[in-house]
Structures are given as structure tokens and as C-alpha cells.
Design a protein around this ligand. Structure first.
Ligand code: AMP
Ligand code: ZN
Length: 463
């Protein structure tokens, strides 16, 4: 079976049919950089990373773009509060974003376009919409006329006539229709601005994503994604702006991610009920947080709790223990068909990125392998090799929830520490402090570490 996704636009699960065979173009809405991101945002970033990795795991060549919104009301507000230029706030938190996604094991997207690097393309796009009669200028502001686009509402299922001024739809008497939205905002005093045919100003949020995605992926591309909160108005508006100008489909498949909640309420900056990813990964391994997310289907809400993270850590430990046991077990005779597990795994995850189902298949395999290892026949070298390859492909390369460098890294750290201990002991010997030198040697012996003193210095080994 082919890879399938639930497409918000068609409201059904559909086989992925890329525009170019074997290649997938994929855009996900990225952060607005005015603060460190929280673990709700992080859920969306991790899921986007998994969409990309799963497509690669299934053999596609993926071109992945995630934007950085670096000019926005919230950035300007923060800059005013801190008495610094908006560009300084954006620069600081864009750098923090890139650092934090790396720390979370999220692979850097192929493209991370910034709105402020795309101003000329945005102005060109808006001019095109005005020329096509889809947008109009009022005293330096430019609005999109939603009645000019017959498909308006097709993503969110909203009806144009029902659209009244709502949460992210501002009431403004200058608009022709209440649902019209800003493409260009005229500059207010002390706001960053760029020259345009309509005077100094800055782009609206929605137009930025239309232009940045098309700049890197083309007028029509395969997948567009973001959190559920972005369906309306953000993504609805992106479609109207893009298709309104090109007359071609914008994104073929729309993926929307469920929220991370806390006490059954969406985690958000404005409610103040959040933990930053930075603070959480000081207490938990990034792999634990990723595993916590992936145990729930990406479209379902997920309630955050410390207990949930602790349980995820326990689950991961089962994978780690089995992985090490497979690496260290002597060759036996028992055989397990790993390819059957691989097929089951692919079948399950192909169906709208069912990661909890895939993890279930992996846990079944862990049980089988543990039984095999503890049986008198043990496991054959071929079975162990195939199992490790499969776990490398799934737990490490696809989900990014197991780190095998752990052991190597801690070995290296241990060796550096031992060097330090030997240096201290050698100084003690030079000072003829034999008591200290012997004490260090004896204490290490208690830890099964033997020191041998030779002419060219001392060496150590584990017993
Ligand atoms: P923002 O920086 O607010 O534009 O958000 C960046 C991404 O995080 C968007 O895709 C949002 O939909 C997503 N997001 C925001 N809050 C949550 C949440 N509580 N759970 C999951 N995703 C979220
Ligand atoms: Zn966006």
C-alpha cells in the first residue's frame, strides 16, 4: 500500500500522489520569533520532521521548507518592551529556534526562508493581486477581497456569507467585506518598514507564507502543514492569495496537527500555560519528548504531563535494553522473520502516519526478540543483524528516539576523566605524597579499575 494522508482539503485519507514521481515538496509553517518556543510548538515541529523523515524512509526525495516569521506585531511589541530594534529580537529568537530544533533532534529543513528576506517577492505578489482585481489599497494598507475568490472557505469549510469579524479577523471599516484581510500594513511610527508602491509598510502574516512557500517549492507543491489553529484564517488565506494570482492549485495535500494541551486546554503563550522546549530538555532527554509525542497520532490532541514523560522514558528504556542485548548476545540458532515486522510496520505507518501503531509493532518485536534471546537456542547472527538494521532504520533514522552514540560518548567522557585522575596521582607521586597516590590506586581498584605504573607513566584498564 502507498503512503496515505488525511487531507484537510478533501476531508479524506488519500494516497500521496506527488507532482513529480519519487519527489515530494513539503512546506510547514514555522515559528514567529519573539520568544523561545514551547513544547506545544515543538510538537508541530517534531511531527513535521517525522513527516519528512517518513517520506524519506519510504524512498522519496523530499524538499522541505519551514519559514521563519521575523516581522510581526508580537516581535514589534517585544522590541518596544525591551527598548531594542525589532530586528534584534527576531535575530535572537531565530538563532534560538535553530539551536533548539537541533537539540530536539529535528533535522534542519532544506530551506528556512525569512519573511524579511522575501519583501520584494511579496510586493510583486501583492501588485499582481491588485492588477488582477483581487486586492485593493486603502491609504497605504492593501487588503485581499475575499469575495473575488470563489473557493474561499474550501479548506476550513466556512461559508463566505457566515464570515463575521472573529479572533484573527480584525473589524475594520475600511474593508469592503468583514472577511477581507491585510496583505500590506502601512508603517506606524517607530515600526520597521520597507518601501512599496503603497508607501512605507510591512507585509501581513498570511502573504509571507504564500510567497515563501512558492519561492522555494513552486506555484503548486505537494504538502502544506501546520497546527490545527492555522486552518483558518492563515491557511485559508494562503490558498486565496496564491490561487487568486496563479489560477493553479496551491498545495495538493493539507496536513494539520493536533494540539499539545495542558489540563485539556491548548498550550499557548497567551494563556501562560506553557513550558519552553529549552526547560523541558534540561530535565528529560530530547528522545523522551519525541517519543512522548509519537505515541499519540499526530491529529489527536495530546495532554501534557510529567507522568506521561516518565512513562515515555520507561518505554524507551525497553528499546535501549533490547538494542544493547542484541549487540552483545553470542550467536545462537533461533530465527525470527524481521521482514514480516518491517512489512507490518510499513503498512501501519503508511496509513496517515500512524506512529502509535508503528510503535506497537516495534514493541511486539521487542517481546519476540527478548524471548528469543532468553531461550536456550538464542538468536542467529543473521536475525540479530536484521533486527539491528530494522531498529536503526526505525528507532534511530526515522523516529530519532534512540541514540547509539550514547555509549561511545560516555566511554570518551570516562577516558578523559581517567586521564585527569592519573594526572592528579602523578602530581602526588612527584611530590612524594605516596599516601595520596596509593589511596587513588586503591579506590580505583575497588571500582575494578587497575592502574599500572611504568617507566613512561601510568596506564589504566577496566578489570
Ligand atoms: P507560532 O509561532 O505561534 O506561529 O506557532 C508555530 C507552530 O506551532 C504552528 O504550526 C502552530 O500551529 C503550532 N502550535 C502552536 N501551539 C501549539 C500547541 N499547543 N500544540 C501544537 N502545535 C502548536
Ligand atoms: Zn504559515
Amino acid at each position: 500500500m502507498a503512503v496515505r494522508f488525511y487531507n484537510t482539503l478533501s476531508r479524506s485519507v488519500e494516497p500521496l500522489q506527488p507532482l513529480v514521481e519519487g519527489k515530494v515538496s513539503f512546506y510547514a509553517c514555522g515559528p514567529t520569533v519573539y520568544d523561545y518556543f514551547h513544547i506545544g510548538n515543538a510538537r508541530s515541529f517534531v511531527v513535521a520532521d517525522i513527516v519528512r523523515r517518513y517520506l524519506e524512509y519510504r524512498g522519496y526525495d523530499v524538499s522541505f521548507a519551514m519559514n521563519i516569521t521575523d516581522i510581526d506585531d508580537k516581535i514589534i511589541k517585544k522590541a518596544h518592551e525591551e527598548g531594542v530594534p525589532a530586528s534584534e529580537v527576531a535575530e535572537k529568537y531565530a538563532a534560538a529556534f535553530l539551536q533548539d530544533i537541533e537539540a530536539l533532534g529535528i533535522r534542519k529543513p532544506d530551506h528556512t526562508p525569512r519573511a524579511t528576506d522575501t519583501i520584494q517577492e511579496i510586493i510583486n505578489h501583492i501588485s499582481g493581486l491588485i492588477d488582477a482585481g483581487k486586492a485593493y489599497e486603502v491609504a497605504g494598507d492593501v487588503f485581499y477581497d475575499v469575495t473575488s475568490f470563489p473557493g474561499y472557505g474550501k479548506l476550513s469549510g466556512k461559508k463566505l456569507e457566515d464570515l463575521v469579524a472573529g479572533a484573527r479577523v480584525e473589524a475594520d471599516s475600511r474593508k469592503h467585506n468583514p472577511g477581507d484581510f491585510a496583505l500590506w500594513k502601512s508603517a506606524k511610527p517607530e515600526e520597521p518598514s520597507w518601501d512599496s508602491p503603497w508607501g512605507k509598510g510591512r507585509p501581513g502574516w498570511h502573504i509571507e507564507c504564500s510567497v515563501m512557500s512558492q519561492k522555494f517549492l513552486g506555484e503548486t507543491f505537494d504538502i502544506h502543514a501546520g497546527g490545527n489553529d492555522l486552518i483558518f484564517p492563515h491557511h485559508e488565506n494562503e490558498i486565496a492569495q496564491s490561487e487568486g494570482l496563479t489560477g493553479k492549485p496551491f498545495a495538493n495535500c493539507w496536513l494539520h496537527f493536533g494540539f499539545l494541551n495542558i489540563d485539556n486546554e491548548k498550550m499557548s503563550k497567551s494563556l501562560g500555560n506553557f513550558f519552553t522546549a529549552r526547560e523541558i530538555i534540561k530535565k528529560y532527554k530530547p528522545e523522551t519528548l519525541r517519543f512522548f509525542y509519537l505515541q499519540t497520532h499526530y491529529r489527536s490532541p495530546l495532554n501534557f504531563s510529567q507522568e506521561g514523560l516518565d512513562a515515555a522514558e520507561k518505554g524507551l528504556e525497553r528499546f535501549r535494553t533490547l538494542y544493547r542485548a542484541l549487540q552483545n548476545a553470542p550467536d545462537g540458532k533461533g530465527v525470527i522473520d524481521i521482514s514480516a515486522s518491517r512489512e507490518r510496520f510499513n503498512d501501519v505507518v503508511d496509513d496517515d502516519l500512524n506512529t502509535p501503531g508503528g510503535i506497537g509493532v516495534l514493541f511486539e518485536l521487542v517481546k519476540e526478540l527478548n524471548n528469543g534471546l532468553s531461550s536456550t537456542a538464542g538468536l542467529s547472527s543473521d536475525t540479530k543483524k536484521a533486527a539491528l538494521e530494522f531498529l536503526n532504520a526505525t528507532l534511530i533514522d526515522l523516529f530519532g528516539i534512540l541514540k547509539i552514540e550514547d555509549d561511545a560518548a560516555s566511554d570518551e567522557e570516562f577516558a578523559s576523566l581517567m586521564e585527569l585522575v592519573l594526572d592528579v596521582r602523578s602530581m602526588a607521586r612527584q611530590e612524594k605524597n605516596w599516601g595520596m597516590a596509593d589511596l587513588i590506586r586503591d579506590k580505583l581498584a575497588e571500582l575494578n579499575i587497575v592502574i599500572e605504573d611504568g617507566k613512561s607513566g601510568s596506564t589504566w584498564k577496566k578489570q
